[in-house]
Design a protein around this ligand. Structure first.
Ligand code: SF4
Length: 505
């Protein structure tokens, strides 16, 4: 085993900025949202915000095809949207290195759902790297770009920790390897090779699986992100991501896995064979543990020794004590309930849209909200929203109601993906009242400016109505009632200014 000199990084953001500069990443594109918004400054002044994640990925693919390295920074749920081009790109092949940098919201703190994006590794047959601390972001990106160019497919770097601050991370021990490529090794900047069209779709898969998958397995075994530390006792810990820092404080032998897909099978096999019992510490789901269950004495989330989702300091020691005593774990914690401590997740007291939400609630029809501020209107007051499935979803969801209902959608959500639902609603003669909360900013993700959609909206729904807020409650109710009584697609554009982020456009 060889050690390596851990890069001294002032923090994850600094390491990211330095890596993107050193690796000459020409295209830096992102979609804001918790927890990646804080990381956007590390992309530098030339970074571009994309309308949505699929668009971001497609722009990056174009850059890659023309020989320019790119990074796509998105939150975990955004990977769902970009997964269409992500799943096609490996067998299709790319040009210069392309890395999807994912910030996962384990908790979740600022998202509707928790999701383990490591699963996109086996699903899309792409490498997934997972630095276990801010100081490993730099080598993770180095390895990711080198591998992306070697296998001509996108690579994913996934993080579960809050890397906006902190230092170089805890000292886990030496890397299993010191095989990090340097900048010269990853140079060359290939462009898209049109000879791939000599193959059929099946042939392209055969080529990719025959050439790329062995290289991915080799890169995983050789990765400098896999770290090994000796320790006391017969219980070995396999950890990844943020929980690795907790595991490093326990006195047990520790293998930190820095490659989530493909897993470093040889390193894991050797570690498992050397210890009687294995505890797997990872977030948010038992991705590694589930793959090791057939080995015997494997403990973790599936056995109830560790909590699903976010882990806390002390969880590993508690699990180790339980395993040593042979006692069964107790029941899982009861579901967390909403209470007044979460007041920041309700509509702001001074929100100009509050009377509108109240008027919508008074209509007594089904209401779909969105993942913007309208999701805050779920709770009383105003208690206006019934369902909210995701960013840009409300228009299409409301079209599925058995009666004319309401879709509340922010202008950012409309630009992100709601427009497609609106086009479908008009094209399919749906009955729906769409209320666009037009404040010119993405208030939920930090106040990013939103393009003026007025020309596009007028083209889709020429008879749209507008109202400027604040407005009297009677005026709002009269307008909404009138539109509800009309069959077909109604669109009301409610223009207001968010007090947090100032006047629109
Ligand atoms: S639009 Fe602004 S004021 Fe209204 S709920 Fe959102 S952040 Fe608060």
């Amino acid at each position: 085993m060889m050690g390596y000199e851990r890069r001294a990084a002032a923090g994850g953001v600094a390491a990211l900025r330095e890596a993107l500069s050193d690796l000459e990443i020409a295209l830096r594109i992102y979609v804001p949202g918790y927890p990646v918004t804080d990381v956007v400054p590390a992309l530098g002044g030339g970074a571009r915000m994309a309308t949505n994640e699929k668009v971001a990925m497609e722009v990056a693919l174009g850059a890659s095809a023309s020989g320019r390295r790119s990074v796509v920074l998105v939150k975990h749920l955004g990977v769902n949207l970009l997964s269409d081009p992500l799943s096609i790109a490996p067998s299709h092949s790319i040009g210069a290195g392309l890395v999807v940098l994912v910030g996962e919201d384990v908790g979740p703190k600022g998202s509707q759902a928790e999701m383990d994006t490591r699963n996109y590794g086996p699903l899309c047959e792409i490498p997934v790297l997972e630095p276990s601390g801010p100081g490993l972001i730099y080598p993770a990106l180095q390895e990711a770009y080198a591998l992306s160019e070697k296998i001509r497919a996108p690579a994913m770097v996934r993080t579960t920790f809050e890397f906006a601050g902190g230092d170089g991370g805890p000292d886990y021990g030496p890397a299993l390897n010191s095989a990090r490529p340097d900048k010269r090794e990853v140079g060359g900047l290939p462009t898209f090779d049109r000879s791939v069209w000599d193959l059929t779709a099946k042939g392209r898969h055969q080529r990719y699986r025959g050439e790329a998958l062995p290289r991915m397995r080799s890169a995983s075994e050789r990765s400098s992100l896999n770290l090994l530390r000796d320790g006391e006792g017969d219980l070995g810990i396999i950890a990844s991501g943020r929980p690795a820092s907790f595991a490093s404080k326990a006195d047990h032998p520790l293998l930190v896995v820095g490659f989530s897909h493909p897993l470093p099978a040889e390193a894991i096999r050797e570690f498992v064979s050397e210890h009687d019992k294995i505890l797997v510490a990872e977030e948010p789901t038992p991705f590694i543990e589930a793959r090791l269950m057939v080995c015997g004495d494997i403990f973790g989330k599936l056995t109830g020794h560790l909590p699903w989702g976010r882990m806390e300091e002390g969880d590993i020691e508690r699990a180790a004590d339980l395993i040593a005593s042979g006692e069964e774990p107790g029941p899982a914690a009861p579901p967390q309930r909403f209470d007044e401590r979460l007041a920041s997740k309700t509509v702001c007291d001074d929100c100009p849209y509050l009377p509108l939400y109240e008027a919508v609630a008074d209509l007594s029809v089904p209401v779909a909200g969105d993942a913007g501020c309208s999701i805050r209107a779920v709770r009383d007051p105003p208690g206006a929203v019934d369902v909210a499935y995701g960013l840009g979803s409300s228009v299409a969801v409301a079209c599925g109601f058995g009666e004319k209902g309401v879709a509340l959608v922010g202008d950012y959500a409309m630009a992100h993906s709601g427009l497609l639902g609106l086009i479908d609603a008009v094209n399919s003669d749906r009955d729906v009242l769409v209320v666009l909360l037009d404040n010119g900013v993405a208030a939920m993700t930090g106040g990013q400016r939103v393009p003026d959609l007025s020309p596009a909206l007028r083209a889709i729904v020429p008879e749209l109505r507008t109202i400027d807020l604040p407005a009297g409650r009677d005026e709002i109710i009269e307008l909404l009632s009138l539109e509800m009584a009309r069959p077909g697609v109604s669109l009301v554009v409610a223009r207001g200014a968010c007090p947090r982020f100032g006047p629109p456009r």
